[in-house]
Ligand binder design. Structure first.
Ligand SMILES: *[C@@H]1O[C@H](CO)[C@@H](O)[C@H](O)[C@H]1NC(C)=O
Ligand SMILES: *[C@@H]1O[C@H](CO)[C@@H](O)[C@H](O)[C@H]1NC(C)=O
Ligand SMILES: *[C@@H]1O[C@H](CO)[C@@H](O)[C@H](O)[C@H]1NC(C)=O
Ligand SMILES: [Cu+2]
Length: 380
């Protein structure tokens, strides 16, 4: 074979560097369940053949990774749709931060956590494709691949094919974890915390927030954090946080939790038990500003790869028992049930503010056939 393409060679290199972990193996082995379910529940034009394959960051070629980061930079250059409500929103990229900020308490620790973020990531993927000419799909960050030394990994090493580098070394005390017992009440800092100066996002300006900062920063001119507050992107790529995101951690979340309540609870983290969980673990692997800010975290481009992995973990959990888990939601309508509220249901509405209409949660349950047939993807 003489005509080996660079894409093919790159995929060989990636296969060697990242052999399938236990979660990858479980996902691959579970595809027969998807096939069986589709045979009984055909989803119109969405079949295993037509479904989009979302891929892991390093399973993309260098050219595909640059295409992705260029599309993100493009979104940051397009005019905002939300600037009347949020004067700090300067771009289409910022619109997504505004929508997240406006709905943060509703969509975390609640029924809406997984379905809403599924809608949110899908909509961002569509914006990259439809408004910025991106030809690929939303990649995910398989935490395990980089968790031992994320700052020096190809995801965060600051090379042109990365999602940008670590921040410069800065003094800060680490990340406080509210309600956790010692020593789990603080994620110790790593080697960053300052401005990102390498990679595709080195010139990026953070406009909105902060709202719940983990670093000392200039306050936003507005109490709601939606005023204009330009500053650099800061990160502390943190192996102390990444340590709770190994394949074993993910595998346990998927296989040891048989109902949606425990699956979501363990995934989101059980701070009073000193367990950060894979959701918080991945967020604080990036940390900094806005990555470490509960409200404005989508303003770090790495957020989107992290939450795509969260969606993948949910998908792998769902396909273990599609009949049951495509209909199973949990939690109440308020964050950590504060203030107390009723359990959410499939009939509840979830939407993206000015970006996309409210739909019933039931429309956000299936990656194949959800959103009135518009969702049609699986994970590779
Ligand atoms: C950063 O901005 C400078 C000055 O505007 C420009 O020359 C450079 O190409 C930019 N770099 C990236 C990676 O966008
Ligand atoms: C709400 O959900 C909890 C936990 O799943 C369950 O124990 C409880 O019975 C539910 N309450 C109602 C009113 O359905
Ligand atoms: C399938 O049909 C839906 C609804 O008409 C459309 O939005 C979607 O793009 C189609 N999907 C594929 C994979 O062709
Ligand atoms: Cu979120």
């Amino acid at each position: 074979m003489l005509l080996w393409t660079t894409a093919f060679l790159a995929s060989l290199v990636a296969a060697q560097a990242y052999p399938p972990d236990v979660v990858d193996q479980l996902a691959a082995a579970s595809l027969t369940k998807v096939k069986e379910w589709l045979a009984k529940n055909p989803q119109g034009n969405c079949t295993l053949e037509t479904a989009v394959r979302r891929k892991e960051w390093m399973d993309l070629t260098l050219a595909q990774r640059k295409e992705y980061t260029n599309a993100v930079l493009c979104l940051m250059s397009k005019p905002a749709l939300t600037s009347s409500a949020a004067p700090g929103a300067k771009s289409r990229f910022d619109d997504y931060i505004v929508v997240h900020v406006q709905q943060t308490p509703r969509n975390h620790g609640s029924t809406f956590f997984l379905p809403w973020h599924r809608y949110y990531v899908w909509h961002y993927e569509q914006a990259l494709r439809n408004e910025c000419g991106y030809k690929g799909y939303q990649p995910y960050w398989n935490w395990d691949r980089y968790h031992k030394d994320p700052a020096n990994s190809p995801l965060f090493d600051g090379s042109e094919g990365s999602m940008g580098g670590n921040g410069a070394k800065a003094n800060y005390n680490g990340i406080m974890i509210p309600g956790a017992p010692r020593p789990y009440d603080r994620i110790p800092p790593a080697d960053g915390g300052g401005c990102v100066t390498t990679g595709p996002f080195k010139n990026m300006t953070v406009n909105l927030g902060p709202i719940a900062p983990i670093l000392q920063l200039t306050r936003n001119p507005r109490a709601d954090g939606l005023g204009y507050n330009p500053r650099c992107l800061r990160r502390d790529i943190n192996k102390n946080s990444a340590a709770v995101t190994s394949a074993k951690d993910v595998y346990d979340v998927i296989t040891k939790n048989n109902d949606a309540h425990w699956f979501q609870t363990v995934m989101e983290g059980q701070f009073p038990q000193g367990k950060w969980g894979i959701h918080a673990g991945g967020h604080y692997t990036v940390g900094g500003d806005p990555g470490g800010d509960f409200y404005t975290s989508p303003g770090d481009p790495a957020f989107w790869l992290h939450h795509t992995m969260i969606d993948r973990v949910w998908w792998i959990w769902q396909i273990q028992n599609l009949e049951k888990r495509l209909k199973e939601v949990s939690h109440t309508r308020t964050m950590s049930n504060f203030p107390p509220s009723a359990n959410g249901t499939l009939d509840d509405l979830s939407g993206l503010g000015v970006l996309a209409p409210d739909v019933e949660v039931r429309e956000l349950m299936s990656t194949m056939g959800g959103l009135m047939g518009k969702f049609c993807y699986i994970y590779e």
